[in-house]
Design a protein around this ligand. Sequence first.
Ligand SMILES: NC(=O)c1ccc[n+]([C@@H]2O[C@H](COP(=O)([O-])OP(=O)(O)OC[C@H]3O[C@@H](n4cnc5c(N)ncnc54)[C@H](OP(=O)(O)O)[C@@H]3O)[C@@H](O)[C@H]2O)c1
Length: 280
Amino acid sequence: MNVKIMVTGATGDYGRYALAYLQKFAPDADLYGLVRRDGQGADLSKRGIHLRVGDYANLPAMTQALRGIDRLLFVSTPTPAVQKNVVLAAQKNQVGYVAYTSIYRPDLAKFGLERNHLQTERWLKSAGLHYTALRNDWYLEVNQAMFTMAKRAHAFPYFSTDGVLSFALKREYAEAGARVISGAGAGEVVNLAGTPVTYPELGAATQAAVGHALRIQPVTETAFMSQMTQAGIMGAGVADAYQQYACDPQNGARDADSTEFERLLGHPLTPYAAAIRELL
Ligand SMILES: NC(=O)c1ccc[n+]([C@@H]2O[C@H](COP(=O)([O-])OP(=O)(O)OC[C@H]3O[C@@H](n4cnc5c(N)ncnc54)[C@H](OP(=O)(O)O)[C@@H]3O)[C@@H](O)[C@H]2O)c1
């Protein structure tokens, strides 16, 4: 019998990437996608993905949705309480292996998100499940507003001058998740970090990505927000929050190390300029 692998959050970006990678890495597996509501995921179904319906908030529905599943790639949501139901449903169905999308360095402050991830890791452990916590660093996509600004207004204003963060593409984290769940041989924790980078360096990478000169300028935070707003850029608040976070010397990003991530992928992470080009 073929192994049955389910990816939750199948209609989201990470879930879609992970399912596409699994079609490559596990061609003999039966692949399942969890959708929240009936009628979602028709395109996935056309690509040969079996669909199951369940909202994390609904334990009976989740228990039904996970019936017969051997391995689960559990994509996190920011709502802590509901994640327990996914763990309980996996336990009830004796799912053989779970890979959970956690957060890199959950011992550090991460907008409070670290509490949800640590709690979910604890639930997985106490449920007696065989699991791997995929401790994902930041998505490069959190800076999308800045890349759009560079393309639209030929400018890369920033207020985090020395602060450091580390990023990788969402699809790269999903590739790692697909490799882990299809191989089922990873340990309890896998650290998936990008390469440390400052915002001026990110500006230079963005300039290389767009292929023409940008005004890469340090500005005040107020000026940053007003320039983004005047240019009609969506999501500037997210970019602002990450720059503020970069300024925190305790954020641990200077020590981020991509070795484990790249070893797991079997190839290097996409350099920042090429990765940004994908998002333009
Ligand atoms: N590392 C980072 O920088 C970073 C940044 C942002 C987010 N994240 C985390 O990574 C996760 C995946 O990212 P993404 O970009 O793929 O997110 P996304 O595109 O928003 O997808 C989230 C998926 O989860 C599903 N979902 C949400 N709540 C659910 C519930 N209660 N029951 C069942 N399904 C539910 C959504 O279903 P619907 O389509 O029905 O909404 C969607 O399929 C996020 O949810 C978040 O926890 C990480």
